[in-house]
Design a protein around this ligand. Structure first.
Ligand SMILES: Cc1cc2nc3c(=O)[nH]c(=O)nc-3n(C[C@H](O)[C@H](O)[C@H](O)COP(=O)(O)O)c2cc1C
Length: 267
């Protein structure tokens, strides 16, 4: 065997080795040729076949958009289009469909590769199934919003009086959510009094003092009186720099029971 053919054999073996490695990367890998009409795929690895359920013969020569379907977000497709036009790398998650019609979340990465021998740019696409992670995120999001909803229980105790018992930690996010829930509730019910009971609050940040101040102003505008119960002495002392509760003519009582005893009722 002469030197040239030996080098050729080495090159072939190397290519085989690279091909086998790419087949086993555990993700889809495709190459497309934008020099051809409609930017068809000219290579796909085994990972892509396994991910999508299509065979190489059904894939090669086609544009990769055949993976899209009814729930594919058009703005994501637009982002791909723009990235390809400007030859910028793309990374996004897009809803795709397998051959059998089942949807999956595709973490898609596309980047341009310039091959100097051909003086041409090709696109390499890497596809990863991230359905499980997306589903877990959606589930966590659902539970978080449920926890949030349950953490602002506004309980009507009498005609025109409701109690909002606060339990646990009150931070900025929770405060914002409370303001929203309370304003929505008061707008609907037009109650005279809202009692915010703080006896079970075990930790809060500085924003809570301002939050109560804001809540008082908001309710005042809506014609509802805010009553605070169960304030611990440390909380009252810390409030001073932010909002002087006595100046706000805020009604405070030691407990909900006491507040209910004192609040004047409509005749
Ligand atoms: C290398 C490469 C890989 C691609 N892989 C996917 C893919 O896995 N899923 C997908 O929905 N679109 C993929 N696309 C995007 C589509 O092929 C197409 O570019 C996109 O739908 C925007 O173009 P269109 O408006 O002509 O459909 C890929 C594009 C390239 C160039």
């Amino acid at each position: 065997m002469n030197e040239l053919s030996f080098a050729r054999l080495e090159e072939i073996q190397q290519n085989e080795f690279i091909k086998a490695a790419i087949d086993r990367v555990g993700a889809g890998v495709v190459i497309s040729d934008p020099g051809q009409e409609d930017n068809p795929m000219i290579y796909c690895n085994r990972g892509f076949e396994e991910l999508t359920g299509y065979e190489a013969e059904e894939i090669l020569g086609r544009n990769c958009r055949f993976l899209q379907g009814p729930d594919t977000n058009e703005s994501q497709v637009q982002r791909i289009r723009e990235g390809l036009d400007s030859k910028e790398p793309i990374l996004l998650e897009i809803k795709n469909y397998r051959k059998d019609g089942t949807p999956f979340w595709n973490e898609l990465q596309i980047f341009p590769v310039y091959i100097s021998q051909m003086d041409q740019t090709y696109f390499v696409g890497v596809q990863k199934d991230v359905t499980q992670r997306r589903e877990q995120e959606e589930l966590i999001g659902h539970y978080l919003s449920e926890v949030k909803r349950l953490s602002t229980p506004i309980v009507p105790v009498e005609d025109n009086i409701s109690v909002l018992p606060l339990v646990g930690t009150v931070d900025d996010e929770r405060l914002q959510q409370m303001l929203e829930a309370v304003s929505h509730h008061v707008k609907e019910t037009k109650e005279d009094y809202l009692i915010m009971d703080m006896s079970a609050v075990h930790s809060y940040n500085e924003a809570v003092h301002m939050g109560i101040y804001q809540m008082n102003q908001l309710l005042d505008l809506m014609g509802t009186t805010l009553v605070i119960t169960g304030i611990k002495p440390t909380f009252a002392i810390q409030s001073a720099p932010y909002a002087d509760f006595s100046e706000l003519s805020l009604q405070t009582y030691a407990s909900v029971k006491q507040a209910l005893k004192q609040i004047p009722r409509r005749k």
